[in-house]
Design a protein around this ligand. Structure first.
Ligand code: SAH
Length: 347
């Protein structure tokens, strides 16, 4: 299927439940947003007003994401450290791990992702890396140290970018890694310069998945690898047009708190990459491997230290904590999938 980028208006004129589950990447992967403040559903396709509404809704989402991470990153780092992503566990391991065990699981997530994508065998080729949606730079510093590569991270949150740079300086890595505020959908980089394009749990925030993927591909060097690890909804079955209303409802509630637009499936990512002629496209569902993660986060939130930090951190963090059980429910019911998608840009 051809990866045409549909104009913003084509998506926001669609009813919400349709948008997140359309089979055609060109339409589906554009987004609409979760909270009523950004809602543009009555807009008419193609009108100037719609384009303006889409622009302001994308802007509102960007601002929401930046504020969310400005406010919550300190708390996360205090309790969980510098990796703001799921850990990778052996399936069915009934973990009551120590803090260091969870950190190991987060490092393992990075290692398993690199291995899955075939990067581990190509270590020497990895000279320049972009970390798209870098958080406070945990992946960048790890990958830069592992490969001796240069790594640039981008985030929407100025607080994260500063903290990431401070941590790099503290670890004497400033000559290798740097972080800046920039939009993944409009990256401030030349074409074809990165050997590894890394997106760890940022894709779910992207309001236009087609544009997101196109940008990742654009900045990838010929022969370079792309790794997208992200929250997805389940793949739709043959003939199924959308998620069930109860499933959509569950996702909508998560979207509101975590500043997420419409979700898509791993198959949708694969279709997008195929349409851009990427090679060696692979994907996997690691939902079972991340199952212990949210229960562990909730356990830490319920400790004395966790509760005090949560109250100090503010409403966004508190709402985030209250939404965590919905993530567990989503995984248990098979609506939410933890997906990895990897591929290579042709030479
Ligand atoms: N990859 C990091 C952080 C994951 S949290 C880690 O694993 O530790 C999600 C990150 O995506 C945040 O840093 C957020 O700012 C970033 N993000 C979301 N939308 C973005 C966008 N449009 N452009 C750049 N970064 C974005």
């Amino acid at each position: 299927m051809k990866a045409t980028l549909a104009p913003p208006s084509s998506l926001i004129s669609l009813p919400r439940h349709k948008v997140s589950s359309l089979r055609s990447p060109s339409l589906l992967l554009q987004s609409q947003r979760p909270s009523s403040a950004l809602m543009t559903t009555t807009a008419t396709r193609g009108s100037v007003a719609v384009t303006a509404a889409a622009t302001s809704s994308a802007e509102a989402l960007r601002e929401g994401i930046a504020e969310f991470y400005n406010e919550t990153s300190g708390l996360w780092e205090e309790i969980w450290g510098d990796h703001m992503h799921h850990g990778f566990y052996d399936p069915d391991s009934s973990v009551q791990l120590s803090d260091s065990g969870h950190r190991e699981a987060q490092i393992r997530m990075i290692e398993e992702s690199l291995r899955f994508a075939g990067v581990t065998e190509e270590e020497k080729k990895i000279k320049r890396v972009v970390d798209v949606g870098c958080g406070i730079g945990g992946s960048s510093r790890y990958i830069a140290s592992k490969f001796g590569a240069e790594c640039i991270g981008i985030t929407l949150s100025p607080v994260q970018a500063k903290r990431a740079n401070d941590l790099a300086a503290a670890q004497s890595l400033s000559h290798k890694v740097s972080f800046q505020v920039a939009d993944a959908l409009d990256q401030p980089f030349e074409d074809g310069i990165f050997d590894l394009v890394w997106s760890m749990e940022s894709g779910e925030h992207m309001p236009d998945k087609a544009k997101f993927v196109k940008e990742l591909v654009r900045v990838t060097a010929p022969g370079g690898r792309i790794i997208i690890v992200t929250w997805c909804h389940r793949n739709l079955s043959q003939g199924e047009e959308s998620l069930q209303p109860w499933e959509q409802n569950l996702l909508d509630r998560i979207c509101k708190t975590f500043y997420l637009p419409a979700w898509c499936s791993t198959s949708d990512y694969v279709e997008l990459l195929q349409s851009l002629s990427l090679q060696d496209i692979k994907c996997a569902d690691w939902s079972e491997n991340v199952a212990p993660f949210w229960p562990a986060v909730i356990r830490t939130a319920l400790t004395w230290k966790g509760l005090v930090s949560l109250l100090r951190s503010g409403m966004k963090s508190i709402k985030g904590a209250l939404t965590m059980p919905l993530m567990i429910e989503g995984y248990k019911k098979g609506v939410i999938k933890f997906g990895i998608i990897a591929c290579q840009k042709p030479l």
